[in-house]
Write a protein that binds this ligand. Structure first.
Ligand code: COA
Ligand code: UVW
Length: 331
């Protein structure tokens, strides 16, 4: 059984309610049909009921069984607005501004449903940039207790099974922090190790990537990565990691042996932590497109409740798969 089938089986065991705020997107309605047919989650669509039903009929999609919530007719809207005003008190968000966000920004409304327990998780981003999804999630759902950094990971399912664990390898952070400092890189490594273990069932082996392997180049950008490794060392984390490593030293055994002979991770990493978002975002898209790999995510890490983002280039299956992943993240 492949990874997604396993995750879907797990999701079916405990049916969760997932909000899909971008009901105007044809792919979202088609994914809703798949999720309801597969019984991997209950779905809440946000928007005008008549329009959603008309669109579903236009696209010949059956969304019977999905709950449709229209913020403009929502009985508890005042409670949601009050909660947002309270959450953004330090930013002086007025009640009118909060009301406007709740009525016009379905991602904010959906995150509030999750925050207040009217839904369990949210998937968005098919029709909005990642930053819009992240802002709603960070402002409304907030970070989990004791966590400072929100980051993300893609589960890459590569076709030939050569890299990572039988072709499964996590890439981080490819979606959230543009220029992570060393502390944040260490946080990204820890969060991704936890995602690898809990969502994919892998024993994490983390490579902290750079353009240098074990001192082969010297530059402040390399120092940032070696400092992140030192932070992980000081934190006494309970997973295998090594750095700084170049990508080939991280994933190709023969190169790992040559460039980092004493490493427990080099040549066999199943998690790649990129030094910044330029490298991470470009890197995952190149692997996805050049090698026809599945890229599941970005799975957002560090939030108090699960919200996951999509690339705007996602397929219908990407959405239904991410709904199942989100459902299994709920504690
Ligand atoms: C994540 C992101 C949306 C944050 O937005 P931002 O406008 O920089 O956020 P701000 O600096 O205004 O901070 C807003 C709040 O979020 C918090 N925050 C921002 N990034 C955070 C992170 N990674 N983890 C935890 N908190 C974070 C800030 O501390 C701030 O908190 P406050 O409002 O309580 O003071 C932004 O970093 C971003 O756009 N990232 C890139 C997304 C992207 O385009 N990815 C590529 C495609 S996938
Ligand atoms: C994750 C990501 O790159 O999202 P998008 O393609 O929507 O920018």
């Amino acid at each position: 059984m492949g990874l997604i089938d396993k995750i879907k089986e797990k999701a079916k065991q405990n049916l969760r309610t997932i909000v899909l705020p971008e009901s105007e997107d044809e792919r979202v309605l088609k994914a809703t049909q798949i999720v309801l047919k597969d019984k991997t989650a209950k779905i809440v669509l946000i928007g005008n009921e008549e329009k959603i039903k008309a669109d579903a009929s236009k696209y010949s999609v059956n969304i019977d069984g999905a709950t449709i919530v229209d913020p403009s007719k929502f009985a508890n809207i005042d409670k949601y607005i009050d909660e947002l005003v309270e959450l953004r008190k330090s930013k002086n968000l007025s009640r009118d501004e909060a009301k406007n966000l709740m009525l016009t920004e379905p991602r904010f409304f959906g995150c509030m449903m999750v925050r207040l327990g009217d839904a369990d998780g949210l998937v968005a981003g098919s029709n909005s940039p990642t930053s819009d999804v992240l802002r709603a999630a960070i402002q409304v759902i907030k970070t989990a207790p004791g966590i400072n950094t929100v980051s993300s990971a893609f589960i890459m399912e590569t076709a030939d099974g050569k890299f990572g664990d039988n072709g499964l390898i996590l890439f981080a952070d490819c979606a959230v922090i543009p220029e992570p400092n060393s502390e944040q890189l260490a946080d990204i490594a820890s969060a991704t190790a936890a995602t690898a273990a809990s969502v994919v069932g892998l024993e994490p082996r983390v490579a902290m990537l750079s353009f240098s392997t074990k001192g082969s180049a010297s530059h402040p950008l390399v120092d940032k990565v070696t400092k992140a490794c030192q932070i992980l060392e000081d934190r006494k984390v309970d997973f295998a990691f090594d750095g700084e490593l170049q990508a080939d030293a991280a994933i190709v055994e023969s190169v790992g042996i040559k460039k980092a002979p004493n490493s427990k991770v080099a040549g066999r990493a199943n998690i790649l932590v990129f030094p910044d978002l330029q490298a991470g975002n470009i890197g995952y898209k190149l692997v996805q497109r050049f090698s026809n790999a599945e890229a599941h995510g970005p799975i957002i890490q560090g939030l108090n409740k699960p919200v996951n983002d999509l690339s705007r280039g996602c397929s219908v299956e990407d959405i239904s798969n991410l709904v199942a992943i989100t459902a299994t993240q709920i504690k």
